[in-house]
Design a protein around this ligand. Structure first.
Ligand code: NAD
Length: 496
């Protein structure tokens, strides 16, 4: 069986050690093994990154950016291979994997602007013959720890920007779909990145803990579930590291009585069931304002859901694929069962779908649950599956209160034709990313991505302008070159 190893100091390596199965979620079979890095292997990666740092930080920024230009073309050239790797280990359909890759490439494009982004700030004559400027210097060795659901895009949120800022990088991808990161590392090398600047260690908690404990790692970017985000954030902080830890979500869409319901239903279908709902920006709750709106949505959804096609990634006519593991599929099925037990109405039940030829795959059909209430287990939890829940409220204030009361605050959206309502919503809702008639308001690469409340721990959002701040530290220099012959007198008062 193929063994997926690590990428350290410009080479792939497969040292002896613990291993774990990597499944093809469509067939339900373990088709590869992944090595789980020991502390010693993580140390090798950190040593390599540390050795590469002093040369890389002093490499002209335009040369650093040129590597990213080349990397972008290689990503486009090899898109098919990357999409196939994502499909085989994550299970998402090729059109969806291509979309994820494109959003990742946009982050590489942003990183290509490094010479502009890192110009700093300059003020002449802040005092007599005195100039002041701020520089944005790299931190050193930084690390990224990423989730299974975007094996290309989320790593691409992190390392291109960190690297063009002059840092060196250690990536610990998800052990459930580990091949994509190794492939990206090889392309970066081909693009001309010096050995050691980017390293990948596959692994689990042991590797993560080593990253968090090692004082040579100056900053950690994490994306994953909220309990792990909290753990990472508190441990990184206790160890004196800069940290941004993006966590889980429960994203609500308000549908107002004046909305174009047909359009809203189309948007909701893709946003709820695309990628089997395994997206941190998936819309998993519809908050219908008024029973009439709720009834119309449920009717139209029910009809539209009959045409949805769940299946394996190779068939691009499929709408979405399997869940990541059998265990996760059973967990999502448990939430559907609990909703029923707690009094909700399971209108479309996706349990036991028939996917011919893939009977062992981790498939779950699209599920619609109506009359969900805030105290239900399925409402409180992040389900992370193809399950859309409908809640009924009487007015917009109640809808907004529901969203504000939820522990997560990643994304949200309102469907309406009323500009005043939309503006009030975006101004006041306690959520980090807001859509107005846009169901998945994932910010473009030149803005930054991040939720509020327990969806993000840290001060800065991911990528874009916040990413530049996260991966650099400001140094402000004040300089005087007195005119020749001029000598300053002694002064004991604060300079003003
Ligand atoms: P996860 O938290 O299980 O794993 C994320 C990473 O943490 C992986 O690399 C994993 O190896 C590591 N990890 C897991 N358990 C650990 C432990 N006990 N100690 C140390 N490290 C550990 O998340 P996942 O299941 O891979 O991804 C799905 C989750 O990620 C969902 O909750 C989703 O909402 C979230 N997510 C959030 C965003 C965002 O931007 N907010 C984006 C994508 C995914």
């Amino acid at each position: 069986m193929k063994v997926v190893g690590h990428f350290i100091d410009g080479e792939t390596c497969t040292p002896k050690g613990r291993m774990q199965d990597v499944y093809n979620p469509a067939t339900g079979q373990a088709e590869k093994l992944v090595l789980l890095a020991s502390k010693a292997t993580v140390n090798d990666a950190i040593v390599s990154a540390q050795n590469a740092f002093s040369t890389w930080r002093n490499t002209p920024v335009s040369k650093r950016a040129r590597v990213m230009f080349k990397f972008k073309s290689l990503l486009e050239e090899h898109a098919e291979e990357i999409v196939a790797l994502i499909g085989a280990e994550h299970g998402k359909i090729s059109h969806d994997a291509a979309g994820e890759l494109q959003r990742g490439i946009e982050n590489v494009e942003f990183a290509c602007a490094a010479p502009q982004l890192l110009k700093g700030e300059h003020s002449k004559n802040v005092g007599p013959n005195i100039d002041a400027w701020s520089e944005f210097q790299p931190l050193g060795v930084v690390a990224g720890i990423t989730p299974f659901n975007f094996p290309a895009m989320v790593p691409l949120w992190m390392f291109p920007l960190a690297i063009v800022c002059g840092n060196t990088f250690v990536l610990k991808p998800s052990e459930r779909d580990p091949s994509c990161a190794i492939y990206l590392a090889k392309l970066l090398k081909e693009a001309g990145l010096p050995d050691g600047v980017f390293n990948v260690v596959n692994g689990d908690k042991e590797a993560v803990d080593q990253i968090l404990d090692d004082e040579r790692i100056k900053a950690v970017s994490f994306v994953g579930s909220t309990p792990i985000a909290e753990y990472i954030y508190s441990k990184a902080n206790a160890n004196g590291k800069r940290c941004q830890a993006l966590g889980g979500a429960k994203n609500h869409a308000i549908v107002m009585p004046d909305a174009d319901i047909d359009n809203a239903v189309n948007q909701l279908l893709g946003a709820a069931f695309g990628s089997s709902g395994e997206r941190c920006m998936a819309l998993s709750v519809v908050v219908a304002v008024g029973d009439d709106v709720a009834n119309r949505i449920v009717d139209k959804m029910q009809t539209a859901m009959m045409d949805l096609k769940v299946g394996a990634y190779e068939d691009a006519t499929n709408d979405f694929g399997p869940l990541i593991t059998l265990q996760h599929k059973q967990k999502v099925e448990g939430y559907i069962a609990s909703a029923k037990e707690e009094g909700a109405n399971v209108v479309v039940d996706g349990r036991s779908p028939n996917v011919e030829g893939y009977e062992e795959g981790f498939f779950l059909g699209a599920t619609l649950i109506d009359k969900v209430t805030p105290e239900m287990t399925s409402y409180k939890a992040e389900i992370f599956g193809p399950v859309l829940q409908v809640m009924r409220v009487e007015n917009m204030q109640q809808a907004m209160q529901l969203i504000d009361d939820h522990e997560y605050g990643n994304g949200t959206c309102i469907f309406t034709r009323d500009g005043e309502a939309a503006r009030y919503f975006s101004d006041n809702i306690q959520v980090g990313m807001v859509g107005i008639n846009v169901p998945l308001p994932v910010p473009v690469s030149y803005h930054s991505f991040g939720g509020w409340k327990r969806s993000l721990f840290g001060d800065l959002h991911a990528y874009g302008p916040d990413g530049v701040r996260f991966y650099t530290k400001r140094k402000t220099i004040t300089q005087r070159w007195p005119s020749s012959g001029v000598r300053e007198g002694v002064s004991f008062s604060f300079p003003s």
